[in-house]
Design a protein around this ligand. Structure first.
Ligand code: 5AD
Ligand code: SF4
Length: 473
């Protein structure tokens, strides 16, 4: 079979990263192999996101740029997938004559057939059919990158919660869970390929299996925890209203479950939460945080916030700041509210002016920066175990004034803190031993979003029969 080059651009969340990998997986048997060079590709797929206005704009500007590439290579197949494709459907074909295929969020497994039709007759196709059940449960996935130690597995798709600001239920369809046997099978296969850390993905993992009468999410975690060769489990995203006692207790007894939870709260004000249709109160949320910390005292907690939701008063925003100070998050993502098509909040009056939204965002981020810095500083002097992911891809700006060592490596703690460290040159010959291993790091400095430390113990210079050697501090 003649091999063809496939470039996939991904915009958006971890779910899209997983979907992109799956797209590569379903197209591989047709001879498509991945390329990073867009100009030499035979097919370009843009996997899009529409959760916020900015993401959608990014998708359209990327697509716009492809027109030029196609004009120099008319045989190029241009395909648009993901949430913008689902939302806009045929309108994309009408608006962009260089696009050949628009496929929605449930059409990934139909891609080989769709692409075959385009290859043979150069027709233009839209497939945005949504289904209430999972028609094809896999496992199907694409290749891992060299030295990749962590990966995602989707355990469910869609969402039934209809938060009033959110487009996800409209573009990803009804909530549907994969069978636990398929999930366990997929994780096992990934572990055999070298994966040490697996993140279970879903819009609302806490309600996993409830609709289909499968096992609970806590039971699924327990099954994944028993997989030999897997070292760490993470999951995202949790809805506070569905965070069960069983799941909270899992943090106390599941050996591989990382001590981190992302628990988006969105707002600290009960009135706003009600109008967002979040179905929990500030008090109920704080109670769950307290229970999590009682079961797992070192758990790190992160969250999502929306600022400038329609009608949000200064006092209501203040309640959000107050919640952040009360919880003292380890990190957070904050977003300026943007209207999305079809969602109820788009029709809510009392829209907040852009400058006010921007100011609130800056205030919130500044508050969290201070909290993160203090929390990071409190970690200085501690020894933490990290799973090494590889050489640093990004060099954090040296705010601390520390001299930048030549070779930096990066890993994560169980609490999801990123730590960079240097490896003495003499050990570089053995560097292949480092990626995917657990090493102990003495934390010595802080950056805005990560930490700096010194390697004090790890499998760098393996000695026969021992497997690891302590590097002199
Ligand atoms: N405007 C701003 N932020 C949004 N989010 C979802 N919809 C919107 C919107 N319309 C944010 C929420 C969610 C995160 C993934 O994106 O905080 O948790
Ligand atoms: Fe959107 Fe709410 Fe569903 Fe999350 S839980 S995907 S915010 S509707």
């Amino acid at each position: 079979m003649k091999s063809k080059l496939l470039y996939i651009g991904t915009i958006g969340c971890q779910m899209n990263v997983y979907d992109t990998n799956q797209i590569a997986g379903v197209l591989a048997p047709m001879g498509y192999i991945g390329t990073e060079a867009i100009e030499s590709a035979d097919m370009v797929i843009v996997n899009t996101c529409t959760i916020r206005e900015k993401a959608e704009q990014k998708a359209f500007s990327f697509l716009g740029r492809l027109a030029k590439i196609k004009s120099t290579n008319p045989s190029l197949i241009v395909a648009v997938g993901g949430c913008v494709a689902q939302q806009e459907g045929e309108a994309i074909l009408k608006r962009m004559s260089h696009v050949d295929l628009v496929f929605g969020t449930h059409a990934i497994f139909r891609l080989p057939e769709l692409v075959r039709r385009i290859e043979s007759s150069r027709c233009r196709i839209v497939d945005v059919r949504l289904s209430d059940t999972i028609e094809f449960d896999g496992p199907v996935y694409g290749p891992l990158t060299d030295g990749q130690v962590s990966a995602f597995v989707t355990i469910m798709r869609g969402c039934d919660n209809y938060c009033t600001y959110c487009i996800v239920p409209h573009v990803r369809g009804r909530e549907a869970s994969r069978h636990p046997d398929r999930i366990v099978e997929e994780v096992r296969m990934r572990v055999d390929q070298g994966i040490r850390e697996m993140t279970l993905l879903g819009q609302n993992v806490n309600s996993y299996g409830s609709k289909e009468g499968l096992c609970s999410f806590a039971e699924l975690l327990a099954r994944v925890d028993r997989i030999d060769g897997l070292d760490r489990i993470r999951f995202t995203t949790s809805h506070p209203k569905d965070l069960s006692d069983d799941l909270i207790l899992a943090f106390g007894h599941l050996e591989k479950l990382c001590h981190h939870i992302h628990l988006p709260v969105q707002s600290g004000d009960d009135g706003i939460l009600k109008r967002m249709n979040r179905k929990y109160t500030r008090g109920g949320y704080l109670e769950k945080i307290a229970r999590l910390r009682a079961v797992c005292p070192d758990i790190s907690i992160t969250s999502d916030f929306i600022v400038g939701f329609p009608g949000e008063t200064d006092d209501q925003f203040q309640a959000t700041l107050d919640l952040i100070e009360t919880v003292r998050y380890d990190g957070l993502f904050a977003f300026i509210y943007s209207d999305r098509p079809h969602v109820p909040a788009a029709a809510f009056p009392e829209k907040i002016p852009e400058p006010v939204k921007k100011e609130r965002l800056q205030t919130l981020l500044a508050l969290q920066r201070g909290i993160t810095r203090k929390k990071h500083q409190a970690m200085v002097g501690q020894v933490r175990s990290i799973l090494v992911e590889g050489p640093s891809r990004t060099m954090p700006s040296d705010e601390t004034g520390m001299a930048s060592p030549r070779i930096r490596w990066t890993g994560r703690t169980s609490s999801n803190h990123i730590i960079h460290f240097a490896v003495p040159d003499v050990f570089l010959k053995k560097k292949e031993l480092l990626t995917g291993s657990f090493v102990d790091i003495m934390i010595e400095g802080v950056y805005a979003h990560s930490l700096w430390g010194r390697l004090i113990h790890g499998p760098i210079c393996a000695t026969p029969g021992k497997g690891e050697t302590t590097i002199a501090a």
